[in-house]
Design a protein around this ligand. Sequence first.
Ligand code: TRP
Length: 332
Amino acid sequence: MDRVFSGIQPTGVPTLGNYLGAIRNWVPMQDDHDCIFCVVDLHAITVWQEPKLFAAQTREMAAALLACGLDPQKCILFVQSHVHAHARLAWIFNCVARLGWLNRMTQFKDKAGKNSEQVSSGLYVYPNLMAADIHAYHALKVPVGDDQKQHLELANDIAQKFNHDYGVEFFPTIQPLIQGVAARVMSLRDGTKKMSKSDPSDASRINLTDSADEIAQKIRRAKTDPEPLPSELAGLEARPEARNLVGILAAITDSTPQDVLRDHGGKGFGQYKEVLTEALVAHLGPIREEMARLLQDHAALDAALRIGADRAAAIADPIVTEAERIVGFLPR
Ligand code: TRP
């Protein structure tokens, strides 16, 4: 079975966008891949995190992943900082990757903006750490969103340069599995912006912790246009909010936007939003309850993460130790 690695940052309550765009796609992979999933707290501190809140968010993300169906019997789930191999390999990769490569990373440019003298140096080398996450396990497949594609190309460049410089065939080529392009969930306030846990407006997103009432209220207030729903896909063009609400129902009911329009075309948004709310509440309710249950028992959750970290380290430690030997570090 091919090894799969993916990571998610604990920088806020997971949203419907994280769920439909990433987490939900990971669940079926557990059955036919050797899966390793990681809450990437080292990546999160590339921007300021208030320590108490950060620790709570890390647990919350782990609980959300379990509640969404990641099963420790079928995959390895752990917290990045618990496995030191990530930081060890990241340092080696800091010395393999070229400044010119990092200078081309569009995500850094977007995140740093005009402020690039003031952001942390960690934010700059973020892609090297991401490469280390993957290569520490010799993972072959990496499910990520579209926005991470460039980082995976860099991870392949790093592997190739390492292999070339040291004259080895040690790190394999990884294959991105670009996910969620169809089910890309957009902000409820602006259908041209991605739904994001960092948007200042909570009304822009559905959180996996939202109650049925909160979901109903957010959907009721979601931005729309005055036209009823079209019956054909072409009718969604230039209607980003309508397209988003149709896409969400399609994703959550495992159907397609065509199916949704066939069933609901011609309805006004008032009526359609009731259908959508009902489907969302039915789907997310059990996840929210399971998350709350898991978060009531920190000791049990932490123990599960410890086991995950031990299993992850058992794979990554020998690989990274071998990389260190290749580099010429003296064995201890
Ligand atoms: N950078 C990824 C994101 O923000 C998260 C991530 C960190 C990741 N390490 C990874 C994803 C390794 C895939 C593989 O979405």
